[in-house]
Design a binder for this molecule. Structure first.
Ligand SMILES: *[C@@H]1O[C@H](CO)[C@@H](O)[C@H](O)[C@H]1NC(C)=O
Ligand SMILES: *[C@@H]1O[C@H](CO)[C@@H](O)[C@H](O)[C@H]1NC(C)=O
Ligand SMILES: *[C@@H]1O[C@H](CO)[C@@H](O)[C@H](O)[C@H]1NC(C)=O
Ligand SMILES: *[C@@H]1O[C@H](CO)[C@@H](O)[C@H](O)[C@H]1NC(C)=O
Length: 389
């Protein structure tokens, strides 16, 4: 282990220590969003009409849980790492009705959009699957569950003021479905991104008005660096790619979205000065991982209890390196190891031996190691939200 990893281990144990002993704890964590945050809702939601869901097959979950859990990764997601760092259990998916929600609930659903299904239907956008799981639907689920924590306006204000809200990521899927429907990047940036941002702002504001005091609004990842996008919208013109091999124009969608979302964070913070609202950056950490492709992912602890798996025999002071940062760990061939006809979780797909040496897990979602890196970035950057209430 290098000095750096010791620093991060100390850093993480500081959070655990700080929260289990001295500072008051959050009473609950509520999480909303899409596949970057779903810990099992989608699989439950579609089980009656979709016979087989790849996310419910091996190799999903292979690194941490040892079985598929409905998470779109080989292991834990950012929400799991944050829960652990704050001394919480993993936050159960709301649609698993038999779970214990006393410490919070996760409403995120794979594929969820910020805009409602009706918006897409009214605009003749048929690329969206008929799954009713948008941001407002998730907020509706939260309102249903709320009465198990509090019943009067005042007691709910009191309760919610002590809870942590991870509200997003939202928007990435809206833009994916719009691209699939043939909308241009300019149409998306100038017409749809502002609509998505306004919708997110309204929903966040409605929660803040109910008394929420601690909220993180996560932004989009760099879409132009996602292997499914690189595969579907690849170009023969080298000028379309940046020095990392990402499609420049596609990244401008996320940049536009994130710039406006940061502005919303500032506006909401002004309007609710007592609350602590922060932006959760998925974009920069992913670019950092891609940039420093010699960076040893396992310089960062994969979890709090165990040694970094990459630091084994022959690994020396470093261990696993990211050799092809845009290459998918679990896939079915092709330049990025992403194959639309043979995706991760389908029989015949193959996962790499060491997912902690990859950034991307299945062509769309990140590996546990990458989510861990992002979670550390958030915990470090937003210590006012994550250390105490
Ligand atoms: C959607 O399609 C219908 C039927 O083709 C058309 O009448 C309507 O104007 C379209 N709406 C939009 C928003 O494009
Ligand atoms: C989605 O669910 C919400 C809340 O349950 C409901 O109001 C809405 O009509 C549903 N939308 C569709 C298109 O089914
Ligand atoms: C709120 O009211 C409902 C219905 O009367 C009840 O089941 C629930 O236990 C109450 N919740 C709290 C936190 O008291
Ligand atoms: C993608 O998968 C299909 C179906 O298994 C296979 O026939 C094809 O060769 C694969 N493509 C590449 C580039 O490996």
């Amino acid at each position: 282990m290098g000095l750096l990893s010791i620093y991060f281990l100390l850093f993480i144990s500081f959070f655990i220590h700080a929260n289990s002993t001295t500072s008051p704890q959050y009473n609950a964590i509520f999480s909303f969003g899409d596949s970057y945050a779903d810990t099992g809702n989608f699989v439950k939601l579609v089980k009656d009409f979709l016979p087989s869901v790849v996310f419910d097959n091996p190799q999903y979950g292979m690194t941490y849980f040892g079985r598929p859990t409905g998470r779109s990764s080989d292991g834990r997601l950012v929400v799991d790492f944050i829960a652990e760092a704050l001394g919480f259990p993993h936050i159960p998916p709301y649609l698993s009705k038999d779970e214990d929600f006393t410490k919070g609930a996760n409403f995120a659903v794979i594929g969820a959009t910020a805009l409602d299904l009706d918006f897409f239907h009214n605009n003749n956008i048929t690329s969206i699957p008929p799954i009713n799981s948008s941001m407002n639907v998730q907020v509706g689920w939260f309102q249903e569950l709320k009465s198990s924590y509090c019943n009067t306006t005042e007691s709910c204000r009191e309760y919610l003021s002590k809870s942590l809200f991870l509200f997003g990521e939202f928007g990435g899927n809206d833009y994916n479905f719009l691209l699939l429907a043939g909308k241009t990047i300019d149409q998306i940036k100038y017409s749809y991104v502002p609509t998505v941002i306004d919708t997110i702002k309204l929903a966040a504001e409605s929660l803040l008005k109910q008394g929420v005091m601690h909220m993180v609004l996560p932004g989009n990842i760099p879409t132009g660096c996602v292997p499914i996008v690189l595969t579907m919208y690849g170009s023969t013109n080298k000028k379309d790619y940046d020095h990392l091999g990402c499609l420049k124009e596609y990244n401008t969608i996320g940049i536009t979205h994130n710039t406006l979302l940061r502005e919303v964070v500032r506006q909401l913070q002004d309007k609710f000065p007592e609350a602590r609202i922060s932006y959760g950056d998925y974009y920069k950490p992913v670019i950092q991982l891609l940039q420093k492709n010699e960076r040893r992912l396992n310089e960062y602890p994969l979890n709090m209890e165990t040694e970094c798996p990459g630091a084994g025999a022959g690994a020396g002071a470093g261990g696993a390196t990211i050799e092809a940062p845009l290459r998918v760990c679990c896939g079915g061939g092709g330049p990025y190891n992403f194959n639309l006809s043979l995706v991760c979780g389908q029989p015949g797909s193959i996962a790499c031996d060491n997912p902690f040496t990859s950034i991307n897990w299945d062509g769309i979602h990140l590996t546990e190691a990458a989510y861990n890196y992002i979670a550390i970035h958030w915990l470090k950057g937003h210590s006012t939200i994550f250390t105490s209430i």
